[in-house]
Design a protein around this ligand. Structure first.
Ligand SMILES: Cc1cc2nc3c(=O)[nH]c(=O)nc-3n(C[C@H](O)[C@H](O)[C@H](O)COP(=O)(O)OP(=O)(O)OC[C@H]3O[C@@H](n4cnc5c(N)ncnc54)[C@H](O)[C@@H]3O)c2cc1C
Length: 505
């Protein structure tokens, strides 16, 4: 039986992103999910401008704009709901060309991702299909055993590569013998989603209640949709808050005198928030992505984003390896690059969680004294609101000196090129060379011959300034927007472009 180049297990945000990107490269792939339709329960409500940029790359910028609203920043409150500090964020476009914080409802996002997938002929979605076993044979294929959940018919499919985007209880993770390394965080929280046509008239940023006895978060996520999260005390369960009447005491500081009858409880669920990273993300032709590879407490709203980043990191490498344009060994860089990045963000989420909840009365006092003074620390507000994530680690595809700061491993801004287009419109998922000086004809030809894109960015332009601040005059950019190498010798940077052979769109 012929093998499909790629089987993706799981049509959550991670699997759908990977499938769309592979579809854009013309790679044939099959997406399997145990359910035929979108998981209807709300989970993620926030994504940053880097993830918005990926959605735009998938062709969904306008659709996402229609289902999201920009976030306005962060307000810290004490246990009596008095403001401790506030960090306001502009809602204008950031360095990636989109607002830096965006509120939305995960099922609505998954719905537009699924509809969009139909644009790609090389991608097939098969729902109601439970993957029951994965076996790698010596011939370099993966056998994927499936059961049709409607007919109970069992079947075996074959793939050259399998992407395990199968969520927190991943069968792929078990199959490759990976275990979740514990980053030592476990808290039980109550998650509440309410719909109402009444206006809560609250500030449209994230409200963080810093209280060791009842930490809480409130945010508006849609025109009529609101989200609360409350830490549960030992022995408490979601049953203790059973309905809106009993919940009311918790949410009343925000809903004030709005009658309970005008509030519609969309969902109330208890979640145990954990911080975990799988010890290995690959075994030969099987890869782990998304929640299958890592779990984070949601305090900085980065769990789903991490899965989307995994997909963005791996898709172009896999497309290149399958077409023969890139050597198979580039696939080793996936885990090398992504694991430390995700670990850094999980540590940050843990830190935010602990700052909100730890320390008892002493913690409350420290927060009361320190928080109102935070804005006096130079740069702290920018730091707290900064959506930029860490640089990727050095490896074959991130070339940078050991100790010196470099642009390599960071994302090239999706800068305005001054002609109505942004960087991504021009690069469009290919390798690019950005240079502040006009290159000689032989270098222009070299870039074109290798299938790359040349972007000339003189010193007054946004990209020109970015290069100068990075102490470079040119940079080679990967198809996922990450800087492969930056420096001053354009010929070296042009030579860093691999020769591309795959068919883009
Ligand atoms: C309360 C809460 C709040 C959150 N807030 C945020 C936030 O604000 N921002 C953010 O970025 N993230 C947030 N997250 C995290 C986010 O929801 C997850 O990280 C994200 O859904 C993970 O996506 P995924 O595609 O990797 O996995 P999932 O969404 O879990 O998808 C996995 C898919 O695999 C399928 N599947 C599994 N096993 C099999 C099998 N054997 N056969 C066939 N199909 C299978 C499942 O049916 C499912 O569709 C939050 C999570 C929670 C719980």
């Amino acid at each position: 039986m012929n093998a499909v180049p790629v089987i993706i297990i799981g049509a959550g945000p991670t699997g759908l992103t990977a499938a769309t990107l592979l579809g854009q490269y013309g790679i044939e792939c099959l997406v399997l999910d145990r359910w035929a339709s979108v998981y209807p329960q709300p989970r993620a409500v926030h994504l940053d401008d880097e993830i918005y940029r990926v959605l735009a790359r998938l062709g969904l910028a306008e659709e996402f704009a229609a289902i999201s609203r920009p976030g306005h920043g962060l307000r810290l409150l004490d246990p009596d709901m008095r403001p401790l500090a506030e960090f306001r964020r502009g809602t204008a476009q950031g360095r990636h060309g989109y607002p830096e914080a965006n509120m939305f409802d995960q099922p609505a996002l998954e719905a537009i991702l699924r509809t969009n997938l139909k644009r790609y002929d090389s991608v097939t979605f098969r729902g109601d299909t439970e993957v029951t076993a994965l076996t790698q044979d010596p011939a370099g294929r993966v056998r994927v055993d499936v059961t049709d959940r409607i007919t109970s018919r069992q079947d075996s499919l074959y793939a050259e590569y399998v992407l395990g985007c199968d969520g927190a209880n991943s069968l792929t993770r078990t199959t490759i013998g990976a275990t979740m390394g514990d980053l030592k965080f476990e808290q039980r929280w109550l998650v509440v989603d309410v719909d109402t046509d009444a206006d809560l008239a609250e500030w449209e940023g994230v409200h963080q209640v810093c209280d060791p006895d009842r930490a809480g978060t409130y945010m508006r996520v849609g025109t009529t949709r609101y989200r609360w999260e409350f830490r549960l005390a030992p022995g408490e369960t979601s049953d203790d808050f059973g309905d809106l009447e009993r919940l009311h005491a918790l949410i009343a500081p925000w809903t004030k005198d709005i009658p309970v009858e005008r509030l519609q409880l969309v969902r109330m669920a208890e979640y145990t928030f954990r911080a975990q990273v799988a010890d290995r993300w690959r075994d030969r032709r099987l890869f782990l992505l998304g929640d299958a590879a890592h779990l984070t407490p949601p305090f900085i709203g980065q769990g789903m984003g991490a899965g989307v980043r995994d997909a963005m990191n791996l898709a172009w490498k896999l497309a290149g390896a399958l077409s023969g344009a890139l050597p198979e060994r580039v696939l080793d860089t996936y885990e090398i690059e992504r694991k430390p990045h995700v670990r850094a963000l999980i540590r940050l989420a843990k830190l935010v969680g602990m700052a909100m909840t730890e320390g008892g009365k002493v913690g409350n006092l420290a927060r009361r004294v320190l928080a109102p003074r935070l804005h006096l620390v130079p740069g702290i507000s920018a730091h707290i609101l900064n959506s930029e994530t860490p640089a990727l680690h050095r490896c074959e595809l991130v070339v940078r000196p050991r100790r010196r700061r470099s642009l390599a491993g960071r994302l090239c801004p999706n800068a305005d090129l001054g002609d109505g287009r942004r960087f991504d419109d021009v690069a469009a998922g290919r390798f690019a060379v950005v240079t502040s000086t006009d290159p000689p004809p032989d270098q222009r030809t070299a870039v074109q011959r290798r299938g790359g894109v040349l972007v000339v960015a003189p010193s007054g332009t946004e990209l020109g300034r970015w290069l100068r601040e990075g102490r470079a005059t040119a940079a080679t950019i990967r198809p996922d927007g990450t800087v492969l190498r930056a420096g001053r010798d354009l010929s070296v940077l042009c030579a860093a472009l691999p020769t591309l052979g795959w068919d883009e769109r």
